[in-house]
Design a protein. Structure first.
Length: 134
């Protein structure tokens, strides 16, 4: 994201860094910070809990898979159920992760309150460092 001549990551962390510059930086704007801080905290908490569920699911699926390999008989079914619960946790963790629409909504709210210091959002076509070579 770009605000004026400053660039920030196009994610929740980048929005947090930008908001903190409004609080402490040379371009202080306490009014905008106070209006938007609680909105960003909601997105940060949603991301935190989503990650806890997702990574907890990975651990649970791994544990269940390991136990399934070690056990025989009826206990093997219990271990498979643990793995299934872990996979469900991984899926739920990604479903509830803050999506781009929620970030755009935050940016739009910011731009509504502060049109002279609007956030410009550029779409990153290849996130996560994925590049193709021919």
């Amino acid at each position: 994201i770009r605000v004026g001549n400053q660039y920030y990551e196009d994610d929740i962390d980048g929005l947090r860094v930008y908001l903190e510059t409004l609080k402490k930086g040379k371009k202080r704007d306490a009014k905008i910070y106070n209006l938007l801080n609680s909105e960003l905290e909601i997105l940060e908490k949603k991301r935190l809990w989503s990650n806890i569920v997702f990574y907890g699911g990975i651990l649970l699926a791994g544990y269940g898979s390991y136990q399934s390999d070690q056990e025989k008989g009826s206990n093997k079914e219990t271990s498979r159920n643990i793995s299934g619960a872990g996979i469900a946790g991984m899926i739920l963790g990604r479903i509830f992760y803050p999506n781009r629409g929620e970030l755009y909504s935050f940016v739009n709210k910011h731009n509504k309150y502060s049109p002279k210091k609007a956030i410009n959002w550029s779409v990153t076509p290849f996130r996560f460092g994925i590049f193709f070579r021919w």
